[in-house]
Ligand binder design. Structure first.
Ligand code: SF4
Length: 199
């Protein structure tokens, strides 16, 4: 399936709007905006919190160590080719020193996020980590540890929060049966099963 000409032109306009955006202070320190990448007709969208240094320099999402781990989780853990899903972030510009994006920055960028989701129209959205999960499910109670691996409805779209790969890198010493790595391997297999049901 390809995009209709109307949607394709709306997508290009949106990409250009993001590239020129100065709606929050993150525009002052960015090298590149990181719009996202992947097939626009994917049934599944993965959303991280914000670009890091590698992403800021390359203009691509999830390309550093966390990005490599994301590829492994998807492909080795779930048998989901990375290039079969659309990957993006809640905010499109890098927060200095990789701090979490602030609430006003998330609010400023929300217009872009919602516009992307409206055009991508996925069946499943996977927010990775607390920031992305809270941005998508504002007002929900509980952190990522209690929300991961659960299916939550958001305006008819299935939301399936998972741990952020950066968190897994920080906790890689934890190899216990209920540790983040073990749970993530379970989650990605459940994601794969859900994607297979959409076929
Ligand atoms: Fe604009 Fe989002 Fe970048 Fe802020 S983070 S300048 S709202 S694109």
């Amino acid at each position: 399936m390809t995009m209709s000409i109307d949607i394709e032109s709306a997508w290009q306009e949106l990409r250009e709007r993001v590239r020129k955006c100065t709606k929050c202070g993150l525009c002052e320190t960015r090298h590149n905006t990181v719009f996202g990448e992947g097939p626009v007709n994917s049934r599944c969208v993965i959303i991280g919190e914000a670009p890091g240094e590698d992403e800021d320099l390359s203009g691509r999402p999830f390309v550093g160590r966390a990005g490599q781990l994301l590829t492994n989780i998807l492909e080795k853990g779930g048998g989901i080719p990375r290039d079969s899903v659309y990957i993006m972030n809640v905010v499109k510009c890098r927060p200095p020193k990789n701090r979490n994006p602030k609430i006003d920055e998330i609010r400023a960028c929300n217009e872009h996020l919602e516009a992307q989701l409206a055009l991508l129209h996925p069946d499943i959205i996977v927010p990775m980590g607390n920031v992305a999960t809270q941005a998508l499910l504002a007002g929900s109670s509980g952190g990522i540890s209690s929300m991961r691996g659960k299916w939550i409805d958001r305006r008819g779209v299935k939301i399936f929060p998972m741990f952020h790969p950066s968190f897994l890198l920080r906790t890689e010493h934890n190899k216990s049966e209920n540790g983040p790595k073990y749970l993530t391997w379970q989650d990605v297999q459940e994601l794969k099963a859900a994607l297979d049901k959409l076929q």
